[in-house]
Design a protein around this ligand. Sequence first.
Ligand code: GZL
Length: 323
Amino acid sequence: MNGKIYALIALLLCCAMLCGCQEKPKAEEPNLVLGFSQLGSESSFRIGNTKDIEDKAKEYGVSLMMDNANQKQENQINAIRRFIAYRVDVIAFSPIVEEGWDNVLTEAKQAGIPVILVDRTIKTEDESLYVSQIGADFYREGVMAAEYLMKKADEMGRDHLRIVEITGTENSTPMKQRHDGFWDTVAGDERMELLESVNGDFLRSRGAECMRYLLEKYGEKIDVIFSHNDEMTMGALPQIEQEGFAPGKDMLLISIDGGQEAIDVLKAGKINCIVECTPMLGSLLMETAQAVKEGQRVDRVIHPVERAFCDADDLSALPPRGY
Ligand code: GZL
């Protein structure tokens, strides 16, 4: 009997050793080295965007060099120069502002390294400085915000709405295009009056400062706050309540991005409309970068599909936002 037990143990040990000796699948060589300059960490959008790019790089087997510029263009330029020196296959970045990129992108072009713009875009005369721009249609986001407000004014039967605007980073694509999309759309609607537009730089703290200033100056004359992102909206909200006003009721709030925190506040009735600006651009970036490396033609502009979340919507089944 003992002999059989020993034989069984020996057999099991051999099996275990054979399994342990099996060649571990060799970690695949990265099929692409991608240098990415992220502009900062100013908002839940930005943090979600960075995480999605990092997660999708792992999923696609891309070797990612991620650099955080902490809201400084010069840091982005330096990072792009490091990527050139390192001879990455592709460079991608989210340009904090639209201008001032020609020199460094010409260096990338001369080094034969293709460039992809992510999220925001640049102004340049030389179209060859980048191969593709992956990001939201910010003008459309402004239009969607305005369309919501005009419909809301109809439902409320209002014949005059005084609007204050808290804008994002000066000279950034989302700030310029959200502003233009919104005001171009309401231009023909005589009910809509701009009281003042102030810059909050997409930051929560600056959103609070802007709201304090606007409340001191205009108080109950404010009917609508159009804020270019959720961070600034979340900064503005407590200022409105501290003055004794009910956000979402006494003053309509329209915001952009659609992160979980702001969506929860919309569900609580304190924000009226949030236009989605998805940070989940990682898959589009990895697929485009791989296509570019393989010499395939790619679309010049790639817009993700986006929607608006409004106070009249049933959002009970909305899945977690992930940012
Ligand atoms: C828009 C993005 C903006 C977000 C802000 O795609 O560039 O920058 O709306 C972020 O939250 O700061």
